[in-house]
Design a protein. Sequence first.
Lengths: 738, 334, 185
Amino acid sequence: MAKAFNLLTSDLDVSSESDLSVSSRASNRSLRVAEKERRKSEAEDPFLLALKYFSEVKAGTPWMGNDVLERNLVLVERMGLTRGLPPEVISTMLDYAMSLRMGAPCVRVLKFLIPATVVPQEAIVRAVAWLCVGKIAISTQVLFLKWVLTFFDMIDSKDHLRSIYGFIFNFVTEEHLCPYICHLLYLLTRKDMLHQRSFIFSLSPQGRQPFLLHLLSLYKVFCPELVTTALPSKLRGGFKNHVTPWKGVLNAIQKRNTGQVTSDIRLTIGVKDGSNSRKRKCNHLQLPSLNSAVQRNLSSTNSRKVFPLEQLHSFPELLDNLHRIELPSQMGSLLGSSLALCYLDYVQDDSAFLRLNFWLGHALHEGKKASPYAQNCVLPVSTCQNCSPLCLFYAYVLSRAPQEGFFSTESFLYKFLNVWDGSLLRPQILGLLSHIPVVPSSCIHQLLFEPLMQLFFSSTLFFKCSVIECLNDMLLKWLTWHSVYSVEDGLDISLNSHTPMNMTLSGFMDSVMELVLFVGRLATVGLQLEGCSSLLLSFVLDFYETVCDMFLKFELPLVVMPPVGVFYPALFATDPVSVDRLCFIMCRYKQNLTAAKFQQQEHVFHISSQTYREFNRYQLLMVSTLWNSRLFQPGMAVEVDHNLLALSKVPEPSASFTLIRHPAFVGYALDFHLKCWPERKDMDLKSVKAGKHWEWYLEFLFSHGYLGLQQFVQSNINWHPGSGTKSQGQGDGQPTNG
Amino acid sequence: MDQSMKRTLQRLIRRIPFQLLKTTLSKWAHILEEDLLLLDFTQPKCLFTENLLSLCEGKGTTVKHITELEMIYIIENPNQVMWRAFQLLDAREDAPSIELTQFKEQFKAHLTELNSHVSIKIKKHTDEAVWIRIAWGDNFTKPNHLKPTYAVHHLQTPYVFVTGLTVKHKPLLNQALVLTTRYGSIKDASLSGRNLVAIRDLLMRQYQQVFPTKHPKPLQEKNHVPTNPNIEKEQIENTENRLQMACEAFGDGTLPQLQKAVYQLETKFRDNSNRTLTGSDEPFRGVVEFTSTNLLESLRHAVSSGIASTPVTPLLSSITQKGRNYFVVTDKGV
Amino acid sequence: MSLLKPFSKLPELNTANILLVENEEQFQQILAETIVLLKKNVNVNVRLARSLPLPIENEKFRPRIDLVVFIINLTSELSYQSAEVSLKFLDPDYFLGKVCFLVTNARNASVPPERLISVRKLVASLHCPLLFAEDQMTDGVNTAAHRLLAILKVTSGHVPMATGLYLSSLTRCTVPSDIDQQNFD
């Protein structure tokens, strides 16, 4: 390991470093003098006497059989285990233990060093100084680092600790300490700290432990130019939540200090029987609570003190303390508090997102240490539906819509899709799915489409609708990101600032194309299987409303027409709304295509003539079907033999889908007829077509809110209400009677 | 209170789980209710024990009190230890006439005759069971209260359940028991388990059994759930057959909880490819152990669901039929 | 050895028959009860079997089976083996869209990942759909029942313009290639 690192610290400011510790000591000393005076008055208090003993005991005093030591030790130990120790006691005892003044009891002292409120950072700075002396046994050093990591959130402020960053960094070369040091550095690192130093890393292959990689990836986020080695984009493993001996006692003490003692004991007695084992199983899925026991009053006296996140109660408080907030060591705790999320939004800190991502990955994939098979997607949702980090993360995503890719959720989703039954956590899964960043077209099939397709076709109508809706959302998000983030020159867009994935415009267009075609296939077969259900059709049309406007709304030079399997069911739908929406979509296509044709000359992009042809065919068919009664006639898209049509015994088959006889509108036609000629006994719908009545009928239809139809008629058929003149548009002004 | 007593009490408190601590201590006559209020049950156990020790010190606690507390705990929670069953054989005609006081006196007399350095405490529990606690010592040491033996005997039955018995003290206890209960001899019943009530029920046949008959009662009677006419089982006879078999072997009520069944094989090794083992005179030994939180229930399920083949092998069914869970399988049979 | 054949009997009017094959009989039973209680416009009969071949004596009364579902409990090796053996007693015609597999306990932590992969490979080699079910939850059972019913309606010919073969060509299982396994991690 020592060889693996090549470390250069360019400007370690040693002199200021030592100044600082001297001054802090001096201030400490004056504190101690004051304390001493107070102590004189309370000389009888055995606890204070014990402390005095520890602060003044001479180095080299024997500890074997030292009764005074034992008595004092027990006194402090008992205090530590029951109520926790106040800050000054922590610093005295830590100094005593780490200085090894009496050798052996160091481990024992560390074990009962439970802070009641905060850990003064000076104590840690001094302890690190003792660590540099190097007399302490490795196992004890590890224990000390574990102690620091456990109580990291309780350290009152970290600026001095940060100023000895370089010293701490030196320990990275120590093989046994490395994982803990990396974790500590990971928590301490700030962007500005890396600017003054330059680290050059050369990693040998065996140096690629996950904890190192995590630290390096953080460095890379801050200063990409410093980290030259290529890092894998997706990291596994990472910093373990080490089982430390202090957690249990700390919880007990904190509960005690907040005065929930009586209720708590009853709970543990009553509840413990059955649920215990299960609770333990999904423990990793529970959010860590925000706890750093930093006291409010302490922080207000000193401006550089940390403001604990869990004490934020209102937005103004957040604004006042923005500069003093520290991220907690357990990033998941942020998800539970809306103010903390506000803060996260405000800082837009890359490292914060990186750390949140790591936490999620840990919670979703690796939290289940009990299982050796980390590949399976174990998610005991049945037990804790509401506290699952997935749900909370989903809520977070919903409220922010971040552009950041949280690839730990992505890879979780891809895996989960493969074993999904289609109902478990459906809203969350589909919601998260719609938020995934653009998937490269090379793997979109394997990752997304295959599993989705298998689920889609074997599921209920409701699920099918949800999937289409989800894919529509996904497309919308992709397009929005494109329109927001694409660089002006239009060729290279970087969609994702937090993942190493960059995408070219053509790559992006390929992915969008794949997605649109995929939905086209799903919709075609889905509509067929569900008997052209108008509910599903409505979701499909939603999707195409997004697709038809890709050029004008999102500046993506791509126009994709719906497949016939969607077009015909919509055109011949029995509900007027579907036909109306199809008309609207066709109008938008027309506008997009016209605009594209106009701009094509100046820009490099190209829209295939195939698309124009397809559009024209649809357009012609619609006009001739709805307006001109020329369905089934030669030259149209749908050609049927005359004899065959005659067999069906339908009178005037080619006019059976005009605006009057179309199953969706025939009701309106009858209604109109009744209103025009209330006295007539026999229905003659043909009379609606004649002269003024036709205009009135169209007005009648438009007045029912069929604006898409109105737009379609107005833009494609040169028909002027009132004038009644024929013109040379695609359609004729007056419908031909067929 | 000397050091060994302190240690005994400390160990005992350490054994009792936190949630049982309060109830157990409240039953201990030695500590009054107001004393109990002084104790803080939210403390870590080591501190709690220290407080309790200092409280006891003030009250002049003796070994007797501590053993009493231990007995309270064990009687209330017999499922924390492993019990072995013993069977008394060849009852003399006056055996059924023995009653509690007589038993107490005679047992103490017989045992102290064999080894005078024992401390015996006998207590009768509500369900006719006599609980005996023995702390063993010898000529050079005082009775060791850290490792006592417990024996539970139901008067007028030929069974004794024992826990914590060493090989060294086994003959002594056996002799005292045989003499006191007026039986001819005692033998290991090859049955052990954590659930005292379960192994007692199994031995005394106090659970619902089904006896094999020539005319099995139709299972339809038991199937209360009317099946939907649209559901048809292809292999229904098979299923019925299996259920019947499972019932015959294990009964159809709730079953006593056993934790394991052990089969020790001592058979001749037969495999032509392995000359050395096949030719050997020594029997080939192997142990097969089934474990479960409720073994009999699992076995019945295994049979009725078809995981185990039917008819049920006598090796499995004899757990209930013979009331044993330790078997030695030799070439001649069980 | 008697093969179960899909076309040896005439279909009945407005009826669909589904055969659930599961080595353990519990989930099978629950699923069957859920399926028959679902609201539907076809008369659905469920037949349950532990394994194939089916007993010959029922041959006469057994209707034409429109869909065979093999239920595999991933936590049990036996369940997988039993399904594998039973497959041999199915006429090849069935594999033209009238067989599907339902896997339970796939998310269970104690399942070795290789077993899921081998199930995938088996199902993919037979070109059948592979469904997953959450058998511990009522919602999961309901969803599974709905999905099976949807497939059954197609395979029994109650959905115009769609056949079992058509559907299964869309839904059949695929084995993710190794490259993507790496991608996942």
